[in-house]
Ligand binder design. Structure first.
Ligand code: IMP
Ligand code: MG
Length: 184
């Protein structure tokens, strides 16, 4: 079984960073038709805080994706389980993600949205694990770059648990988890 470990990023650090990102987004998208798209489920907490730090008359929508094959090297694929309700054509889309890991989800989302003729598509992720990247993910806004460690809390899960923790914690894996990657 995995256990929640020490705090990696505190509530205070997160909220300061969210305010900073919100201010930048507010400046960059002034006068533009902004559609913020939260990627379910992991981004729901970050998105809720981030939209309240943006001082523009934005629109909001959700896209639900699940990625499979994380436990194998060969068969990574992304499945959309909830598509957007809002039209994208002519709008400036800002994708809001919890964490960019391999970059596969982000790459898939960019291609999914590009064919719907948006005015622009940019990416905002709270966390970035640059050492894990397998495909290029053009990150326009990010909160924190972290090392290759599994983290939970503030929306992020391990096997659907810990999303409700207010801070971001390291997940402690025991030897069995390490061998089977169970719990992540
Ligand atoms: P990517 O397609 O490999 O970039 O995967 C991104 C997704 O993997 C994120 O949206 C998370 O759901 C999940 N993920 C990657 N690293 C972590 C982590 O450290 N904790 C929790 N979820 C993670
Ligand atoms: Mg997950």
């Amino acid at each position: 079984m995995s256990r929640v470990g020490e705090v990696l990023i505190s509530e205070e650090e997160i909220s300061a960073k969210v305010r900073e990102l919100g201010a930048r987004i507010s400046r960059d998208y002034q006068g533009k038709d902004l559609l913020m798209v939260g990627i379910l489920k992991g981004a729901f907490v970050f998105l809720a805080d981030l939209v309240r730090a943006v001082t523009l008359p934005l629109r909001l929508d959700f896209l639900g994706v699940a990625s499979y094959g994380k436990k194998t090297v060969s068969s990574e694929e992304v499945k959309v389980f909830k598509d957007l309700n809002e039209p994208v054509a002519g709008r400036n889309v800002l994708i809001v993600e919890d964490i960019i890991d391999s970059g596969i989800t982000t790459d898939y989302l960019m291609r999914l949205l590009a064919v719907r003729s948006p005015a622009s598509v940019k990416i905002c992720a709270l966390l970035d694990k640059p050492d894990r990247r397998k495909v290029t993910a053009p990150l326009d806004y990010w909160g924190f770059q972290i090392a290759d460690r599994f983290v939970v809390g503030y929306g992020l899960d391990a096997a659907e648990r810990y999303r409700n923790l207010p801070a971001i914690h390291l997940l402690e894996l025991d030897d069995e988890d390490r061998l089977t990657e169970k719990g992540v």
